[in-house]
Design a protein around this ligand. Structure first.
Ligand code: GLA
Length: 338
């Protein structure tokens, strides 16, 4: 029985939030937190999926599961639609990405499964096509109205680089890898997981509502998209110029816009940003869809501990449970492993 294995990373979006489905610009990078999928071909048409962070699911290929397993079935559906001859499979998933925490645990799951199945079938790895199949799995099969940045980030990222994605033509986004050598600049990104959870597929509907409001032309939503696109361009220019103070200022401005114009922040995210800035971060913002999840702070490596402690102290003073932190730099995209 043949087996294949692949790993796909989560992502942090450095800047360019809620712009992907608004024909705009994003600048994500892959993080070292990742999901690993091990797939084994079966003789029958059964699908059996297990995960280290959810209930197992078993059914027949083509049957639609509920819950997290629908992301797996959605990927197999999309790959079959794109012409792959997907057999019955046993799929085992393990992940170091917090689920529903704004670090693209869903995209990592989708991409790890797709790359592993491709390896099993001996399909050449077309990264763009895999990202598109995974986006279709999420939007058309699972029904989460997301915009595609997460899957492209997981598939196209390279170490030490951000992925600048232009969604001007949503059917053919243009992606460019831009150097983002934080380590060489003595900088790091501190990711703070607020512990507040969102659900893009069902949940409180905030994400779908914002998407509809932006599409309907609501002025403050549209203003966020316009100014955020300008900030992404300015960030790329500042990174190229080595102006990290400028990058930090743009990150913080992005947060203010997401908080006041797009209205997708929550108290815990605002508190994290304020505490990080007071502790000496160059800039800070929520990352991902919002309504919970994670904030990022751009900090000097030597300052990360202080920023982390001060954020914890701010949570304690506000009577909130202690957040979880991860220190990250741009990592590698999805790949087959042995
Ligand atoms: C979620 C979605 C993405 C994107 C971000 C907001 O992560 O999956 O497509 O819209 O929110 O930038």
């Amino acid at each position: 029985m043949s087996t294949a294995r692949a790993v796909a990373p989560g992502r942090v979006n450095l800047i360019g939030e809620h712009t992907d489905y608004n024909r705009g610009l994003c600048l994500p990078f892959a993080i070292p937190l990742a999901t690993t999928a091990t797939v084994t071909a079966r003789e029958d048409r059964r699908l059996r999926v297990t995960s280290d962070s959810g209930e197992p699911w078993e059914g027949t290929l083509g049957e639609k599961p509920t819950g997290w397993a629908s992301y797996v079935a959605g990927v197999l559906w999309a790959l079959t639609e794109s012409g792959w001859d997907v057999p019955g499979l046993d799929i085992a998933l393990t992940s170091t990405i917090p689920l529903g925490g704004g670090l693209s645990s869903s995209a990592a799951l989708e991409c790890s499964v797709a790359v592993a199945v491709g390896g099993l079938l001996g399909e050449p790895l077309d990264r763009r096509a895999v990202a598109e199949a995974c986006r279709r799995a999420e939007t058309e099969y699972v029904g989460a109205p997301t915009g595609g940045v997460d899957q492209l980030a997981s598939m196209l990222a390279t170490p030490g680089h951000g992925v600048l994605i232009d969604f001007a033509d949503p059917t053919a986004p243009v992606a460019t890898n831009v150097p983002l050598d934080l380590a060489a600049a003595g900088l790091t990104i501190l990711v703070t997981d607020t512990g507040v959870r969102h659900a893009l597929a069902d949940g409180d509907g905030g994400y779908a509502q914002r998407r509809a409001e932006a599409e309907a032309g609501m002025p403050n939503r549209v203003r966020h998209v316009r100014t955020e696109n300008e900030r992404v361009r300015a960030t790329v220019a500042a990174v190229e110029a080595g102006d990290w103070t400028g990058v930090g200022t743009l990150l913080t401005a992005s947060h203010v816009s997401l908080r006041d114009d797009y209205e997708v922040s929550v108290r815990e995210l605002d508190l994290t940003v304020e505490a990080a800035l007071e502790a000496g971060a160059l800039g800070a913002r929520m990352t991902g869809g919002g309504f919970g999840g994670c904030a990022i702070s751009l900090v000097h490596e030597g300052r990360a501990g202080v920023v982390r402690n001060d954020i914890d102290a701010a949570y304690a003073a506000a009577g909130l449970p202690r957040p979880v932190h991860h220190q990250v730099v741009p990592a590698e995209g999805a790949r087959s492993i042995t």
